[in-house]
Design a protein around this ligand. Structure first.
Ligand SMILES: [Zn+2]
Length: 260
């Protein structure tokens, strides 16, 4: 369907382009392209919504790499503001039978990171675990073991994000305990091991290149901690049944950068 829209848009672009040139209307080719894009978008909006959800067969037949590919494509849709239309009422009813999600995404709690939208996914597609600073703990790893070893998901994505308040406070050494927030302090202490002093580098959340590096390092740490804490998931990964990958969501562009 999308290919058809692109074809129509391309034909319209060509047709209008020629017409405009012949008639010397003064309409630029950029304007024609914009009109064609709008038409394609309108047609996309009128597309029938998806009513089904991920089935057991679909989940069983996809490899971890295929799932990551699908998530990347979904993120491209999000970046271009072209999310798939879904009939949530129909999907909700179908999901009563069971769930066969492809992946689990561990994200920060940040309200500016709408995980399902970021990957253009809906009901029954992914598990989402959220905790400030996307750290791991026993409950999070237990949820991941359920998602993978029990419920059949084949990908775990630990997704940090730019402008992360939890990482900023860990970098700045905020003393949450003295402010009566011992639990928040415990959480910040999980991030602190990656906040390493570097010769001539300002250790401050105001230092954007440094803090962005810590955001990435914190994701790598969580991925490593998950492997250490769960022999089950480690062995699933070693046998190719599971992939645990790190990623960083860029709030400015909407792009999810998958880490090596
Ligand atoms: Zn955050």
């Amino acid at each position: 369907m999308k290919n058809k829209q692109l074809l129509v848009a391309a034909v319209m672009t060509a047709f209008l382009g020629i017409s405009c040139q012949e008639a010397k209307t003064g309409i630029s080719s950029e304007m024609v392209t914009e009109i064609a894009k709008e038409v394609a978008k309108e047609m996309s909006m009128s597309e029938a919504p998806i009513k089904s959800i991920m089935s057991a067969d679909e989940q069983a037949n996809m490899t971890p790499d295929e799932i990551i590919g699908r998530l990347k494509k979904g993120n491209e849709n999000f970046q271009s503001n072209n999310l798939t239309k879904r009939d949530h009422s129909e999907q909700r009813v179908e999901a009563m039978i069971g769930q066969y999600p492809q992946a689990l995404v561990l994200s920060c709690v940040d309200s500016r990171v709408p995980v399902e939208d970021v990957f253009d996914l809906g009901i029954g597609d992914i598990f989402v675990a959220r905790v400030a600073g996307n750290i791991e703990n026993d409950d999070i790893v237990g949820s991941m073991e359920f998602a993978t070893a029990v419920a059949g998901s084949k990908v775990i994505i630990v997704m940090g994000h730019t402008s992360c308040g939890a990482v900023y406070n860990a970098v700045d050494g905020t003393d949450a305990a003295s402010l009566g927030m011992a639990s928040l302090q415990k959480l910040l202490d999980e991030i602190k091991p990656v906040v390493i002093a570097e010769e001539g580098v300002e250790i401050s959340s105001k230092n954007k290149p440094y803090v962005n590096k810590i955001i990435t390092d914190n994701v790598h740490k969580t991925v490593a901690d998950i492997r250490l804490k769960s022999p089950t998931m480690k062995s699933m990964e070693d046998s190719g049944k599971l992939k645990i990958v790190g990623a960083v969501y860029n709030m400015e562009t909407g792009k999810v950068e998958f880490l090596k």
